[in-house]
Design a protein around this ligand. Structure first.
Ligand code: MG
Length: 389
């Protein structure tokens, strides 16, 4: 299945470059350097304490943004290697794709977007780009990580036309309907393979999803039955993991096969042709349909489960209250952030809140309001399976 570097792969020697010119490295490719810069940055370490689906303190075994990002990177690299794409670039994109996430996952982002409506809103994906372009402070002569165009292009998965117009060459493709590199397309689909599968695992672990209900979902049911046929009597956690690893395997194999087919059909031989579109990385239509059925199920049964929703509405309130407190009294902010407010206004408050981990936001909210977290899901979501292997 392995392939040599393909002619349509992104080439680190022919990158469209960094925003600030830098001398090359004697030991690493430009995309390797990007991956390394991401792993060493502060926002990357914060991912450990940011919600994927379950708030960080609810249990030690649930995915966090960090372990999610590592799983995305693993899947993306496997696919990239088979397709002859640049593995360092897909890894860099995968590790950076969620750097802009607020505390408390999508609930936090929705709340912050609501607060920021009068000042251009808040998009976590755009914020990921803002982290690597502006917010990280690690280099003597520029803000941000000064990543290559190809890495930044991959990080920016989606973007409203209004924001795209402000982003120069990086925003062009959203206005012109063009595609990013295949490395970016693969990282994007690896993201969905990772969360569809780990959310099943976390959903079952939490007790919010049942095996019986999942068995009615074709992709899961098929592999669950196959695992049982291969290992009669298998049960519990081993059966779940045996099912999930088969699902990931099939999704990855399907993605590689369909993408190869589309590349051949389109006769694509360069990254420029890749960018002209249409999208080349894709699941086959039957697999797309099954993945969609699974995603609808997770949406209804897990992400909108009343217990998850109760925790998330508390999280939304925390973010909104933090925003209002800082806005009405910037003196509550640390010096550095207060100084930024005088230059950037509300955007600086959004940057500060978006950078918070779940537990920092909870502590900061308690400090400012005197009200503790008072977790409505406590004892239901958390703790139940801490001792399980
Ligand atoms: Mg993600």
């Amino acid at each position: 299945m392995l392939a040599p570097r393909a002619e349509y792969a992104a080439d680190p020697d022919r990158s469209r470059g960094r925003r600030f010119a830098e001398p090359g490295s004697p030991t690493r490719s430009e995309f390797q350097r990007d991956r390394d810069r991401i792993v060493h940055c502060t926002a990357f370490r914060r991912l450990e304490y940011k919600t994927q689906v379950f708030v960080n303190h609810e249990g030690d075994l649930y995915r966090t943004r960090l372990t999610h990002s590592l799983e995305v990177a693993q899947i993306a690299r496997s696919v990239a290697r088979c397709l002859g794409l640049d593995e360092d670039l897909v890894e860099a994109i995968a590790l950076a794709h969620d750097l802009g996430h607020t505390p408390f996952g999508h609930a936090g982002q929705d709340a912050l977007n609501e607060c920021m409506k009068p000042w251009g809103g808040f998009e976590h994906n755009l914020q990921s780009l803002r982290v690597v372009d502006e917010l990280e402070q690690r280099y003597a002569v520029f803000d941000g990580l000064n990543l290559c165009f190809e890495t930044r292009e991959g990080i920016l998965k989606h973007c409203s036309p209004a924001n795209a117009r402000k982003l120069g060459e990086l925003g062009e493709r959203f206005l012109a309907g063009r595609q990013p590199s295949l490395e970016a397309q693969v990282a994007n689909l690896a993201d969905s393979i990772a969360y569809d599968n780990h959310d099943i695992d976390d959903g079952l672990r939490s007790g919010l999803l049942s095996l019986e209900a999942l068995a009615g979902i074709r992709l899961f049911g098929r592999h669950h039955d196959a695992a049982l046929r291969a290992h009669p009597g298998l049960s519990g956690r081993r059966l779940i993991h045996e099912t999930i690893r088969r699902m990931i395997g099939e999704l990855v194999t399907d993605l590689i096969g369909e993408t190869r087919r589309r590349i051949a059909e389109a006769g694509v031989r360069s990254i420029d042709q890749v960018r002209e579109g249409p999208a080349l990385a894709a699941f086959s239509p039957p697999m797309r349909e099954q993945a969609t059925q699974l995603e609808r199920f997770l949406n209804a049964e897990l992400y909108r489960h009343e217990r998850v929703s109760a925790v998330m509405s508390r999280a939304r309130a925390i973010v909104a209250e933090l925003f209002e407190r800082y806005r009405s009294d910037p003196a509550l902010l640390p010096d550095e952030h207060r100084d930024r407010v005088s230059v950037l206004g509300e955007r600086a408050i959004a940057d500060y809140i978006a950078g918070m981990t779940d537990r920092f936001a909870v502590r900061e909210h308690a400090r400012l309001t005197g009200s503790p977290w008072n977790d409505p899901g406590a004892g239901v979501l958390g703790g139940a399976s801490e001792a399980a292997p």
